[in-house]
Design a protein around this ligand. Structure first.
Ligand SMILES: Cc1ncc(COP(=O)(O)O)c(C=O)c1O
Length: 395
């Protein structure tokens, strides 16, 4: 607004994967704007092309796509789909999860900021601890020694809370708003097996983690898992609202014609924007860029962690990282104000960061657009370290 220039660690809020106003993206949106904006019941070329493209770039067994407008919309659609395709109606979600602010999405999610003051929520949502290993809610020493106590605890939660009507489990691929919390290796595979053994569906929320953000086109490619439904949003449209549910015929064919729809979902303008964004990601190798530059950032933050004990934990995959700020290594007391001050200092030096996130409000989120260059990454890291020093000096 004031004509200042910033390096961007926000990407909107993990949306603008192809950067701001990429020429190809702008050109394709302009071209579509001159043709058609909405045609609802009638198929348009961009809608068909986008559905086909999503199926083509995702794992083979996912063979259908349903287009909506926002991530919350995609969550709601996925909830309706699993409830329709299964006799049960209970859904398991995880503490700290965020799947959107609409009532169903807020109910399957479990973040206090979304729940408090809006109850009662939708019945049939059961919650269990997520593997937040830096601060294990079950007090375990770490994934290497605990044998995933949190998954064993899931059985206990189900035995106490479920009426025997389970139909699905839903989780983000990493918990974003809760503080960039990434499950330890093996956790996803065990969760997938757990739910297969119980004959229930698996919804993976990739609203934030897809289209190259984690160094793979979809985060699910990091693990050997087979979610039945995958929700997409944010980076799909890369700025213009566009969201989707990717799924298997088994689930999606259970819906009678006409039982799902959306006025704006799959509109030609959004689809043209999404197609342009995917084309840029593919042509400019942004998935590889995300993996490579993400590693550079991870190494740099780990070096800083050795120097500054207030940098308690560094987590990340590709170009989405979380820096958990603490008072001291041993106490791990959350340093919420310090996190806010570092962001303020960075802002003064020309680096834009999103306000602190996390269940304790002490995590700095790092998520540059995937078109970022190595030079810009290095410049932003220097600014960050200077901001950290300045915040500590004033503390
Ligand atoms: C993981 C996740 N799921 C769902 C949503 C909801 O998306 P939207 O805000 O587009 O409704 C978000 C938004 O932040 C998100 O991060």
């Amino acid at each position: 607004m004031d004509g200042n220039e910033f390096l961007d660690w926000c990407s909107g809020v993990l949306v603008t994967n192809v950067g701001h106003c990429h020429p190809h993206y702008v050109e394709q949106i302009k071209a579509q704007a001159e043709k058609l904006y909405n045609c609802y019941d009638f198929l348009s070329t961009p809608r068909a092309d986008l559905a086909e493209k999503l199926v083509q770039i995702s794992p083979d067994y996912l063979d259908k796509a349903f287009l909506v407008t926002t991530g919350s919309d995609a969550t709601e659609a996925a909830i309706r789909m699993v409830r329709r395709a299964h006799e049960g109606w209970e859904i398991i979600g995880f503490h700290g999860a965020f799947h959107g602010r609409t009532l169903g999405a807020a109910s399957v999610g479990a973040s206090l900021g979304v729940h408090a003051g809006y109850g009662p929520l939708v019945p049939g949502c059961i919650h269990s601890p997520f593997p937040y290993c830096y601060r294990c809610p079950l007090g375990c020493a770490g994934p290497d020694v605990c044998g995933f106590q949190c998954l064993e605890y899931l059985d206990w939660v189900v035995s106490q809370e479920s009426c025997g009507e389970l139909c699905a489990v839903m989780t983000e691929s990493y918990q974003g708003g809760a503080g960039s919390i990434i499950p330890p290796p093996g956790w996803f595979e065990q969760l997938d097996q757990w739910r297969k053994d119980r004959g229930i569906f698996f919804i993976l929320d990739e609203v934030q983690s897809s289209f190259g953000r984690t160094g793979k086109m979809f985060a699910m490619e990091h693990w050997g898992i087979q979610p039945d439904l995958v929700t997409l949003g944010k980076g799909l449209g890369s700025g213009v609202p566009c969201a989707a549910v990717l799924g298997t015929s088994e689930v999606m064919d259970a819906l009678p014609p006409g039982s799902m729809g959306s006025t704006f979902g799959g509109n030609p303008l959004s689809c043209a924007a999404a197609l342009a964004s995917i084309a840029i990601i593919e042509r400019e190798n942004l998935v590889e860029n995300s993996a490579r530059l993400g590693q550079i950032m991870m190494d740099a933050f780990n070096e800083m962690k050795d120097k500054y004990e207030q940098l308690g934990d560094v987590r990340g995959m590709g170009l989405v990282l979380g820096l958990e700020m603490v008072e001291a290594v041993q106490s791990k007391a959350p340093a919420k104000e310090l996190a806010g001050e570092i962001i303020h200092q960075a802002y003064l030096r020309g680096l834009a960061c999103i306000a602190p996130i996390g269940m304790l409000g002490n995590v700095i989120r790092v998520a540059p657009p995937l078109v970022v260059t190595e030079e810009q990454v290095n410049e932003s890291l220097d600014i960050f370290e200077a901001s950290l020093k300045a915040a500590l000096a004033g503390a």
